[in-house]
Design a protein around this ligand. Structure first.
Ligand SMILES: [Zn+2]
Length: 525
């Protein structure tokens, strides 16, 4: 069985021990409250532990390497052993790959532990720790102290009041994707996700879990998710239907509709169904039709009382990343990902454009409140071009004018393409600059780093780029936060319009995208 996480990496000062600036004295080491107990719970759960710590005091001459080693030895004496120690001895001027917010130490720690950053959690007390976690593709949890800034907490994908809370969160998420009971291999299972492309992609890990334990998987999707459904591994057959209790432009429901859909469900020959929904969607109307179609065992999330409509009624706490939420539904039905599956988003794409020498900018978004103003996107493209990047601008059928405008003279409109071709284009890119919309998840599914221009209307920890290196931009504390607004409620769209082209360039640097032009410094100045 695939475990959600394999290692937890901790910042040292202000996270594991009380921060004593540039401390070279072991006698001054004092653990944060509950640190030993929290770490021992992770050790008991079989997780490897590491430390990732900026120690620029070495470069600045505030303490010697021997003093640093003595302090670290005292930390282990008080808190128990760590499986890897990663330290950056440089200061900001060095421009090294290890000093947080750069992701180098997290990558090195994962390598030292024989895992990937995607299967690591990083726990830290300031924004730098969390940015480094994201840029490595790891899960970040901020545990604030008195010195942590409010915007740093707002921008973090997850937060906990103390180390015990962080451990509760980590172990709770692991438990959520662990299969309930042991079961026989299933025959044909109908899996359901009726939504857009992005929703389909983030359901992928849940569908793969079902596929790992079933002879055959039939996927019921809506028209808006069809193209994405066709890219998902583990799906043997796709059937399509608009579900009027989920579709944003619902068609009327009548007896003929009910009869037709019931017949379609019965024709799949499924003995079992697993219904995936996001939290404002109800699985119960479909469960009723599945009962009428004779499907034997039905699993779904339902906060509403399901009576006899569900065999497995599942519930999930808020804030869980959507791909893990999907896995948890599969787990409730007894399905788990195999050990060889790392739990990330996946698509099957054809030939990939060779490169890594271009950046994709996708200016559109399926929801207006989540899209960046076109003039901001156009300025970003111009700045990227001035940085020497080849910039390809993508957009859907409704976004042709937008793509042309945003590309301007500096970039190139990549033209209209299928989702499969877009996946291929993204797979060859060095990075993609995109809002919270389908192509962000597509990039994650092909492993391409994301500069996420994220409107905080829905929680980042739930909907942000999953298990892929990313940098989050935009004001995480803007007035639209957690409103679920589809149109921006704040004048001037402050969450995204405040993003400067220089922020995007800095984000690309953290993601390892280098300037392609010798005159970059002049241009930037
Ligand atoms: Zn360094």
């Amino acid at each position: 069985m695939s475990r959600l996480y394999e290692a937890v990496l901790f910042d040292r000062d202000g996270t594991l021990i009380v921060d004593v600036p540039y401390n070279g004295d072991p006698a001054l080491v004092e653990p944060m409250p509950g640190a030993r107990e929290a770490l021992d719970r992770l050790r008991a759960a079989g997780l490897r532990l590491g430390v990732v710590t900026n120690q620029s005091g070495l470069a600045r001459g505030y303490f010697t390497a021997e003093q640093l080693a003595a302090v670290n030895a005292r930390v282990e004496e008080l808190l128990g052993p760590f499986d890897t120690w990663q330290m950056c001895p440089h200061d900001d001027a060095a421009g090294c790959r290890c000093r947080k917010p750069a992701p180098g130490m997290i990558e090195d720690a994962a390598a030292a532990l024989g895992t990937s950053p995607q299967r690591c959690v990083v726990v830290g007390d300031i924004g730098r720790d969390i940015v480094a976690a994201g840029a490595a593709g790891a899960t970040g949890i901020i545990v604030p102290t008195a010195v942590t800034l409010a915007p740093e907490v707002a921008a973090a994908p997850a937060s906990a009041a103390d180390l015990a809370g962080a451990v509760d969160l980590i172990l709770g998420r692991q438990a959520l994707v662990a299969p309930v009971g042991t079961r026989e291999r299933a025959g044909t299972v109908l899996v359901v996700r009726s939504d857009s492309a992005g929703d389909m992609l983030i359901t992928g890990p849940g569908i793969r879990a079902v596929a790992a334990g079933a002879e055959r998987v039939v996927l019921l999707c809506g028209p808006r998710g069809r193209a994405a459904a066709e890219l998902l591994p583990g799906v043997d057959e796709i059937i399509e239907a608009r579900l009027p209790w989920i579709d944003p432009q619902p068609s009327p429901v009548d007896a003929a509709f009910v009869a037709e859909l019931t017949a379609k469900l019965a024709a799949t020959g499924a003995g079992e169904a697993v219904i995936f929904t996001s939290f404002h969607q109800s699985a119960l109307p479909l469960a009723l039709l599945l009962r009428a179609a004779g499907v034997g065992r039905i699993t779904a999330i339902s906060d509403d009382y399901p009576g006899s409509l569900l065999d497995v009624r599942h519930r999930v706490p808020v804030g869980v990343p959507e791909p893990e939420r999907a896995r948890s539904v599969a787990a409730a039905a007894g399905f788990a990902l195999p050990a060889t599956d790392d739990g990330g988003l996946r698509v099957e794409v054809g030939p990939v454009r060779a490169g890594d020498d271009y950046v994709v900018v996708h200016p559109g978004a399926s929801v207006e409140a989540r899209s960046c103003p076109p003039q901001t996107m156009r300025a970003i493209v111009a700045a990227l071009a001035a940085d020497g990047q080849e910039v390809l601008v993508t957009g859907g059928p409704d976004e042709r004018e937008l793509a042309a405008y945003v590309a301007g003279e500096a970039g190139r409109d990549a033209g209209l393409m299928s989702l499969r071709d877009l996946a291929g284009l993204l797979a060859g890119a060095a990075a993609v600059v995109v809002a919270n919309t389908g192509p962000a998840h597509l990039a994650a599914a092909v492993g391409t780093p994301v500069v996420s221009l994220y409107a905080p209307t829905v929680p980042f920890g739930q909907w942000g780029p999953y298990r892929v290196p990313y940098v989050r931009l935009g004001d995480a504390a803007a007035p639209c936060r957690d409103t679920r607004a589809t149109r921006c409620p704040a004048p001037g769209h402050p969450c995204l319009s405040t993003i400067a082209p220089a922020d995007v360039l800095a984000a690309l640097r953290l993601l390892g995208v280098r300037a392609q032009h010798p005159r970059t410094e002049e241009v930037a100045a």
